[in-house]
Design a binder for this molecule. Sequence first.
Ligand code: NAD
Length: 486
Amino acid sequence: MSLNPEPKASHYINGEYVEDSDGTPIDLVYPATGEIVGRVHAATPAIVERALAAADAARRGWAAMSGTERGRVLRRAADIMRERNRELSELETMDTGKPLSETLVADATSAADALEYFGGLAGSLTGEHVRLPGGDFAYTIREPLGLCVGIGAWNYPTQIAAWKGAPALACGNTMVFKPSETTPLCALKVAEILTEAGVPPGVYNVVQGMGEVGAALVSDPRVAKVSLTGSVPTGRKVYAMAAQGMKHATMELGGKSPLVIFEDADLDIAVSSAILGNFYSTGQVCSNGTRVFVQEGIVDAFCDRMVERMGRAVIGDPMDEATTIGPMVSARQLDIVEGYIRKGIEEGAELVAGGRRLNRPGFWIEPTLFRNVTDDMTIAREEIFGPVLSVLNFRTEDEALKRANATEFGLAAGVVTRDLSRAHRMVAGFEAGTCYINTFNNAPVEAPFGGMKMSGVGRENSRAAIEHYSQPKSVYVAMAPAEAPF
Ligand code: NAD
């Protein structure tokens, strides 16, 4: 292993690495081998306080800079990220086990896109002028919210750190970010690069830790906003904590998204969409289209083509660029996925391909295809967060739409068809925040990303994110003398 992933220290506060070895140790485990490759420490209360105090102190200075200046710094950070893409991608692979063939194009690059996009917007963020009767007028000032907390999941550690940090900083906020304890490394690099680009000390800080560190951050009265990427149960807790302090909240949570494939679909596009929606990042993607509804007439053809294409997957060393499927992120996640596969078999789904743990060190499982899955089965109802694709048969468009929406989640939904009208009818009916026609799982920074129903509140990316990291202040200006009733 050429790369030494161990960071200089566990936390990044006020523009520098900080250690406090009194914190609970967190082992860094390389998912491809199961080896412990280093260690960080969870934040102690003293570290949490130091980070919050630094972010609070940096607030006014950062907000007072012009948007153009802030944007220039963020765009510089984007350039540095792109220059260091290979090193950052290797680190992302160490952190998550995702193959380099993915991390080279989907992680630091996506983070750089966010920094560039929001850096570009920063100078254009203004209020508005409102004409009122009698020559009076109002104007609005778009103000930052203040100190924001970001909390990340483990599947896209670089991307999540930047998807939250870039819009927050563009709007003039400061941030304390807590990565998932499973993937502590990449956010530290984002912080380091922001400093190198010229972000002042204290504006973007990173602390490590489990849920209790997240909870300590969210419940602090200095914090104005929390943005969480995580599971629905965590989302419930964090949203409730935010409500106690009347804080702004963005919740990017889990899903059980449908992908509906009609008989007229191009079979290869259908299979490609299903692969993108189930096996990318070894299935550890929140928006995955894991309920694949296939119209009756093409179920056999679809499954045959799927099996053939799955046979071409290259499962192996994630650092080898030819590899297309890496391990699960952790032993725990592997156990969860295996448990669901067992349940699928017990409840009567037909295992068509995969389903077995690989006999090698690390956390490996084969991409798995089930057919004859019904809506009531556990694997069709619960988020698995692993490479498990379920095929459910359907007859009519109405039926497909009803069953697609019959879930508490609403993150994403997709349709594959050659019939344009039907594609748009389906999209209009989907109860999901992010929809796809003839593809799945793209998440460009220019388009809003987020969920409906239990999948979350708020949106990341695009101009929509600006609304979630700033607030208008209305100023009423009277042109005539004020008239009071007495
Ligand atoms: P998780 O909910 O276990 O943890 C998410 C983060 O919340 C971690 O950093 C964790 O330490 C922290 N946390 C846990 N309890 C907390 C508490 N009480 N207070 C504050 N913070 C707390 O999720 P995970 O296992 O890391 O990630 C997988 C989940 O994330 C899946 O459900 C997946 O769908 C979801 N996810 C959603 C998106 C999205 O954009 N919608 C993206 C990626 C992952």
